[in-house]
Structures are given as C-alpha cells and as structure tokens.
Design a protein around this ligand. Structure first.
Ligand SMILES: Nc1ncnc2c1ncn2[C@@H]1O[C@H](COP(=O)(O)OP(=O)(O)O)[C@@H](O)[C@H]1O
Ligand SMILES: [Mg+2]
Length: 268
C-alpha cells in the first residue's frame, strides 16, 4: 500500500520470523553463538527465554538456517502442549520416523536408534522446542529421558528449549533436567540505541536507504514499545501507513503519539 510512497521494495515491519530481516544486537549475536556452541560441543540441553515478542522464534529460525549448513539432523516442535505419548510421536514425525501404533517403548527405541545412527555418521541430532513453557509436567518427565542418551563424555542429542520467562521457574523445579542444561540465555528487550539500529536495519533490508524516522520518533517508539520488536514493528508499520495517508515525508514523534492513541482507542 505505502511501498512506493516510501521508496520500499517490500514491507519492512511484518511480524513474521523471517531470518532475512534478522537484526543482530550484541545480545542476539551472543545468544546465537551460545546455542550453536551447545550443538557443536554436544552439551545436552540449552534454554533460551524472553518476554513475548522479544525475538526468540526469529532467532530460532536463524539457528535452524545455520544448523542446516552443518551436518545436522534437526527436529522442531512449535506446539508442545501434548500428552507424553503424543509428544514422543511428534518427535518421531519431526525426525521422519513413522510412529504408527507403536507402544511408548517402541517409539523410544526408534528414536534411540536414529540418534545412534546419526552419531555413527558424525551427525548432530538436535531437537528444538518452541513455547516450551506450555509443556506439561508429565511430558517434561519424558523429555528428561531423551537426555539419558549419552556417552561418558558427551550427549547424543542436543535439546533446545525456548520459552517465555516462566520456563525458568518450571525448569528450576525439575532438578534432573535443570542440571543438564549447560547453557541458559535470557533475551532482554532492546535499548534505545538498539531500537534505532533495529529500525534502520529493517528499513534497509526492505530496500530503503533513507532515514524515515526522526530521532524524536525513535524515542517515542522506544518508550511505547519498551524495546519489544513485535511492538516496534506494529508502531512503525502503522506510522508508515498514517504518514502515507497524510503525505508527510518524515515520521516525527507526533505521528508515533497519534498511532499509539489510535491503537489504544481503537481508531483506524
Ligand atoms: N532480532 C530481530 N531482528 C529482526 N526482527 C525481529 C528480531 N526479533 C524479533 N523480530 C520481529 O519481531 C517479531 C516478534 O518476534 P518473535 O521472534 O516472534 O518473538 P517471540 O518468539 O520471542 O515471541 C518477529 O515476527 C520479527 O518480525
Ligand atoms: Mg515465539
């Protein structure tokens, strides 16, 4: 709608976890390095937490892209609120195994032999679970068993748990699992400078080489979004639209305030 007006090739602030639009603050960079390290050094388990909209899922997509460049057998579960058996079946599906009508013990054996096969071929096995705060206690018990597949000096599977901050408390209470999580990382919202960089980075990836937001506008965006990328996207997208409608050439603080008012009062 407003692409041509702002000189953009595509929409810069879509709320989709597209690795192409990834902005690397020092923190995202560090989280990524740590997660990759967990896989490469066969660390057993890693946990990434952060508030809703902070970029966990987006980061996981970047991680998956990186892992696909090395020899890696990867499973991704994004909707983990499943009964234990269903969860184990889902692991099977994710690794391309057919769990049809198998008993739990059969399913585990299938998974185990896949992990051992991978090990023989020097391939890492990785299971990523997003929204892991939704996993039930019973299912966590099963997940714990996954980490029993280990040799004396290393784990045969790396489990990466991603979730909202409450995941930390949940894991803390499951001692045997907690002890196996070698890497824990919490993503904080962006600071003021990072919000500036985030906006410029997304604009330039969408094909714009101009600054479309004044420093004052960025301050307002930082204030109202609290540095949360999903909220930044909403504010920036709406202000580009309003800017287009009212034919302004630069988004200023006033426009952001108007957008916030529209959003909170339900005006278009
Ligand atoms: N580091 C980042 N670089 C670029 N865009 C990001 C980044 N982090 C988050 N986003 C944007 O914010 C949106 C919400 O992030 P998401 O990864 O879904 O958060 P979470 O999984 O933590 O709730 C994403 O769709 C994406 O467009
Ligand atoms: Mg998410």
């Amino acid at each position: 709608m407003y692409l041509e007006y702002w000189g953009l090739d595509e929409y810069p602030f879509e709320n989709v976890p597209d690795p192409k639009f990834m902005y690397y603050s020092a923190e995202y960079e560090e989280a990524l390095v740590r997660l990759l390290y967990a896989v490469q050094r066969k660390k057993g388990a890693a946990m990434l937490t952060g508030e809703v909209g902070c970029g966990k899922t987006t980061l996981s997509r970047v991680l998956i892209q990186k892992l696909s460049e090395i020899d890696c057998d990867l499973g991704l579960i994004t909707n983990p609120s499943l009964e234990p058996v269903e969860f184990i079946k889902e692991i099977c599906y994710q690794f391309g195994l057919n769990p049809e009508n198998g008993l739990k013990v059969d399913l585990w054996n299938m998974i185990k032999s896949r992990i051992l096969e991978n090990e023989k071929m020097d391939k890492s096995t990785v299971l990523i679970v997003d929204e892991a705060q939704l996993i039930s206690k019973e299912t966590f018990e099963e997940i714990r068993l996954l980490l029993n597949f280990q040799l004396s000096d290393r784990f045969l599977l790396t489990l990466i748990l991603i979730g909202q901050p409450e995941l930390q408390t949940i894991i803390h209470d499951i001692k045997q699992l907690d002890q196996r999580i070698a890497i824990k990382f919490h993503l904080d919202p962006l600071n003021r400078d990072e919000v500036t960089e985030y906006i410029s980075s997304r604009l330039s990836k969408a094909g714009s080489n101009k600054e479309l937001f004044t420093s004052d506008a960025v301050s307002e965006i930082y204030h109202f979004s609290e540095g949360i990328p999903r909220k930044i996207n909403n504010l920036c997208d709406m202000s580009l639209m309003i800017g287009f409608i009212s034919k302004i050439r630069l988004i200023e603080g006033m426009t952001i305030k108007k957008v916030v008012k529209d959003i909170t009062q339900g005006h278009p």
